[in-house]
Write a protein that binds this ligand. Structure first.
Ligand SMILES: *[C@@H]1O[C@H](CO)[C@@H](O)[C@H](O)[C@H]1NC(C)=O
Ligand SMILES: *[C@@H]1O[C@H](CO)[C@@H](O)[C@H](O)[C@H]1NC(C)=O
Ligand SMILES: *[C@@H]1O[C@H](CO)[C@@H](O)[C@H](O)[C@H]1NC(C)=O
Ligand SMILES: *[C@@H]1O[C@H](CO)[C@@H](O)[C@H](O)[C@H]1NC(C)=O
Length: 542
């Protein structure tokens, strides 16, 4: 994949002598907030050559949902007829019309055709142009920005415009408003990526109390075990064609499982699995670290693997360990490993969210290093409000494309009910989150309609495995709500409308407290037990 991407196609060099025409421009992108700690120090020299990239819009994205439902709905005649990676790439590649429109505009503006390069996936047109040329093309002003503390410099513009007839063909232009200089270790704390950092607080909830009872089917309201889950959901089945199946579990470094923890758990609850390990795929220089050891470093990975392995054995589990110890990773990074072209199209990964590889620590960029597993499970999330619409949409479409290829992606829906991490809600502009705000704070990627969002239920205190479960309200509050970015997909219309009718009509909430238009994506999609799991960890069964 990487090889194909690196090979740039030279555009057919038919030189058309077109007179330069003035065109009506309209604002295309502008910076939301000036970056703090950076000052605008001077204009960029007009002769300075900039490596410009024009990202072209993908075709057929408006058909993605319909195509996905066609191959995913059991009653559809095309059920299970998944697309190949090449078919997906072809379907969504920018159209010839877009390539031509942008090419013609650049040529007619005085950039000769032999200076343009189209990338092999047709996603980008590259051109080296002087700052003067670009400022004229984009009606922008390029400045050098200097970092106050370190003196580091980067260039960019505050906003840029495109001719009206070109705007629909261009997703974004770089370098422009995207402020993405990386300052190394210190910058890390400011970006959201590094999902695995214990401070992010997305591990299992902290009540890491030691086990004081002998767990049994009678105590499932206090402690969930593999046997409790099997009994609750009548799981009485041994997978037979495990070599044809693949099941991936994503973990973000420095979160890591400890082999001894798996064995401790299996000795107690699944003896035949003692010594069995997941198959580790190390993405972007990942390590399954074993130097930082505590519930905060190992709890999530231990939990995910002990139950994934325990419930699906003898299915081999693939551990998709993502991110190195230096910068960690965001959600785009594990997707890059499954789909090489995703590394670069639509602007590539987002330095404010993802790890950018290769990096100074010597970690490679893992683009397309593994075929997508049939099912991928991820127990991490972020507040949707911390993702830009561009970032969330680009990533969400990728989950849809994986679905077309037959991969189901399963995300947990969160632990804080309608609030976000740390139990905070949004202000009315969705810019700030504090405990005194009241606007609901949905979670991403579970708010993306192309993943399966999984909420949590509980065996209510005093109830047995034969009683109905309740929504999870002890230890954690199952996450759910309505997206502020994504529309309601057709497949959930009936379910969401029935929910709105039964529980939100009339609405007990203030207008605007969440997207109550009835048009927004609702989540979770399904729910299963999510409280009081026993985990084998650090010589104790927690
Ligand atoms: C732009 O210039 C760089 C450095 O000389 C070169 O590697 C690259 O191929 C050029 N790109 C185009 C599109 O001409
Ligand atoms: C765009 O940037 C220019 C120069 O940096 C500035 O003068 C102008 O006000 C900006 N326009 C908008 C709409 O923000
Ligand atoms: C820790 O990880 C290193 C590197 O993978 C490995 O060589 C070592 O055996 C591990 N130590 C323990 C105690 O698991
Ligand atoms: C609610 O969500 C829909 C669908 O995404 C969107 O079109 C609409 O603008 C949103 N309304 C508000 C008030 O946020």
């Amino acid at each position: 994949m990487a090889r194909v991407l690196a090979a740039l196609l030279v555009l057919a060099s038919v030189v058309v002598a077109a007179p330069s025409r003035r065109s009506l421009h309209a604002l295309h992108e502008k910076r939301a907030m000036e970056p703090t700690d950076w000052v605008k120090s001077r204009r960029v020299d007009p002769d300075w050559v900039l490596p410009m990239r024009f990202g072209l819009v993908q075709s057929n994205l408006d058909k993605l949902e319909e195509m996905l439902v066609e191959v995913s709905h059991p009653r559809s005649p095309k059920f299970g007829q998944h697309y190949s990676p090449a078919e997906v790439m072809d379907t969504f590649a920018p159209s010839k019309e877009s390539v031509d429109a942008v090419t013609d505009w650049l040529v007619s503006s005085g950039i000769s055709r032999d200076r343009l390069r189209l990338t092999s996936n047709r996603g980008w047109i590259h051109v080296n142009a002087t700052t003067a040329e670009i400022e004229d093309l984009l009606k922008a002003e390029y400045h050098i920005y200097t970092h106050v503390e370190t003196g580091a410099e980067q260039l960019g513009c505050h906003n840029y415009s495109l001719p009206i007839r070109i705007r629909d063909h261009v997703d974004l232009v770089k370098p422009t408003v995207h402020f993405n200089h990386r300052l190394g270790a210190n910058a890390k704390a400011k970006r959201f990526g590094g999902l695995g950092m214990p401070s992010i607080g997305n591990g299992p909830k902290k009540s890491s109390k030691a086990v004081t009872i002998t767990p049994s089917l009678e105590t499932c309201d206090q402690m969930i075990t593999l046997d409790c889950l099997r009994a609750l959901y009548n799981i009485n089945y041994t997978p037979v064609a495990t070599d044809k199946n693949t099941f991936g579990v994503v973990e973000f470094t420095p979160q890591a499982f400890l082999p001894g923890d798996l064995d401790l758990f299996f000795r107690n609850f699944s003896p035949s699995l003692v010594g069995v390990r997941p198959k580790s795929v190390l993405i972007d220089g990942a390590v399954v670290q074993n130097t930082s050891r505590s519930f905060n470093f190992n709890g999530e990975s231990d939990l995910d693997l002990q139950y994934a392995m325990g419930l699906t054995a003898p299915q081999q589990i693939t551990l998709l360990q993502t991110g190195d110890l230096s910068q960690g990773a965001g959600f785009d990074n594990w997707l890059d490993a499954l789909d090489g072209p995703f590394c670069t199209f639509d602007g590539g990964d987002d330095p404010t969210q993802d790890g950018i590889y290769p990096d100074a620590a010597g970690s490679p960029a893992s683009c397309g290093i593994i075929a997508p597993p049939n099912v991928v499970s991820i127990s991490y999330g972020q507040d949707e409000a911390t993702a830009s619409v561009h970032y969330a949409t680009r990533q969400c479409n990728e989950y849809g494309k994986l679905g077309l290829m037959g991969t189901s992606v399963v995300y947990s829906s969160g632990d804080n009910g309608v609030a976000g991490f740390n139990n905070v809600c949004l202000d009315s502009s969705h810019q700030d989150a504090t405990s005194s705000n009241t606007i609901f704070n949905p979670e991403f990627p579970s708010s993306c309609p192309f993943v399966t969002a999984v909420g949590a239920t509980q065996v209510n205190p005093g109830s047995t495995i034969n009683d109905p479960e309740g929504a999870c309200e002890q230890v954690i509050f199952s996450g759910g709500g309505f997206s502020n970015i994504f529309q309601m997909p057709s497949y959930q219309t009936d379910a969401v409308n029935a929910y709105i009718k039964a529980h939100l009509t009339p609405s007990p909430f203030t207008p605007g407290q969440f997207n109550d238009t009835g048009n927004a994506r609702g989540f979770p999609d399904v729910a299963a037990n999510g409280a009081n799991y026993i985990i084998g960890q650090h010589k104790r069964v927690l």
